[in-house]
Design a protein around this ligand. Structure first.
Ligand code: HSE
Length: 422
């Protein structure tokens, strides 16, 4: 029986979830993997009334945990600076590290992996992306023989939970509160709803699939806060739904990285993934498109990802960090402004003759083609919604077009969402 002694740093929702799963699912873990694990010490600044650690030793100073006689430190304190310091100290003490912390891997991954390699230890981070839904080891091991050209999907459980509930008629704010109550959202939920969390995750996946550095260069990030419930109705009328998508795509030796809301076809695989589910589509050369989906946030899903790393570690503890051994690439990151999208525009306009003509002639003057334009039923405020789908044009012209549409006399409000090409 392979066994590991564990020190946990942090004692919040994720840490207590892993502790419970190690106990509750101990038989399944032994049966499936032949491994057993013992939590020897917990670094907890305070007790957590939701979990009784029994006789396990508790240290109030999390940094003391990395001095204890354990094989692996599971870093679950979150945040960036203190987590980085803690992980580097664990590594220099020759401890393996497992973390669910996407922010610290995004910002300091290369530094951490190099330190791990120098010290002959591993740093594993399956739970940092999509919680327990397997993607890190899937990319770096099971798909290692493939050239990957694209990874796209929903990488933030909270955003998918909010958007798919809004599609069913819920309001944004109470749905976010529910996501917080369920333990899906970050301590500061701005990371979820403003797109940073998904951006961290796609940055990490890009580093594995395309060898981009951690941290990567800056790329375009937008969250879900400007999506309205009515957008789902209008999108649905045209065969679309709205998701928060993160994309890493390699084409002609240059790389596209972005995270933003998008209209996607209701018939697509990703469209049907609702609630806290994450889902990804991966384009590979040897086995074509792969789809993977599962719960992307929450205590139990994250515990599953963390324990998969413990099993991995107990199967090959003597091999030092693979991540720093990977060849880094120098693909040029495409300028987001040079990308081409079709756009959905919602316009709220005065209900008077000539409005449509003013909109279409403005678009013509900008040389932006129209795929469809539909006037919807009166809002009852002497204004009508107009839904416009453009032909593809460059992102560079998008903000200017939106501004000029709003400047039209009869137009009172404008918002837009990119349409993801199939
Ligand atoms: N807040 C994150 C999410 C947790 O909602 O996806 C999992 O990384």
């Amino acid at each position: 029986m392979k066994s590991l002694n564990i020190g946990i740093c942090g004692w919040g929702n994720v840490a207590t979830g892993m502790f419970k799963a190690l106990n509750d699912n101990a038989d399944a873990i032994k049966l499936n993997s032949g491994c057993s694990f013992e939590v020897k010490v917990i670094g907890a600044r305070r007790d957590n009334p939701k979990c009784n650690p029994g006789d396990t030793k508790i240290l109030r100073d999390i940094f003391e945990v990395v001095d204890c006689d354990v094989d692996v430190i599971v870093e679950l304190i979150g945040g960036v600076d203190v987590a980085r310091e803690l992980i580097l100290k664990a590594i220099s003490n020759k401890k393996h590290v497992i973390t669910a912390n996407k922010a610290v891997i995004f910002h300091h991954g290369d530094e951490i992996f190099n330190a791990a390699n120098k010290n002959g230890v591993k740093v594993l981070f399956e739970a940092a992306v999509c919680a327990g839904t397997p993607i890190i080891k899937l990319l770096s091991e099971e798909l290692a023989a493939n050239n990957i050209s694209k990874i796209s999907g929903m990488l933030n459980g909270t955003s998918n939970f909010i958007l798919s509930n809004m599609e069913e008629g819920s309001e944004f704010k109470p749905t976010l509160e529910l996501a917080q109550k369920e333990g899906y959202a970050e301590p500061d939920p701005a990371f979820d709803i403003e797109g940073m969390d998904a951006a961290h995750k796609i940055g990490i996946l890009s580093s594995i699939a395309f060898g981009t550095p951690l941290p990567p260069e800056d790329f375009y990030i937008e969250g879900i806060t400007s999506i309205e419930k009515s957008d789902f109705t209008y999108a649905s009328d045209m065969g679309y739904t709205i998701k928060h998508l993160a994309v890493a795509k390699l084409e002609n030796e240059s790389l596209e990285l972005r995270a933003h809301p998008a209209l996607i076809r209701k018939s697509s695989h990703l469209a049907n993934l609702t609630g806290v589910r994450n889902g990804m589509e991966i384009d590979t050369d040897l086995i074509g498109k792969i789809h993977i989906a599962g719960s992307g946030a929450g205590q139990e899903s994250t515990a599953s990802g963390l324990i998969s790393d413990l099993v991995h570690l107990s199967n090959c503890p003597d091999v030092s960090s693979d991540e720093s051994q990977k060849v880094k690439t120098t693909y040029k990151l495409n300028n987001f402004n040079d990308l081409v999208f079709q756009y959905y525009f919602y316009l709220e306009a005065e209900d008077k003759p000539g409005v449509m003509a003013s909109i279409t002639s403005m678009l013509a003057s900008k040389k932006v083609g129209i795929e469809s334009i539909v006037q919807k039923e009166d809002h009852g405020k002497n204004s009508v919604p107009i839904i416009l789908i453009t032909d593809p044009f460059k992102e560079h012209d998008h903000a200017e077009l939106q501004k000029e549409l709003l400047e039209l006399d009869s137009v009172k409000a404008v918002r837009s969402i990119r349409i993801e090409a199939e």
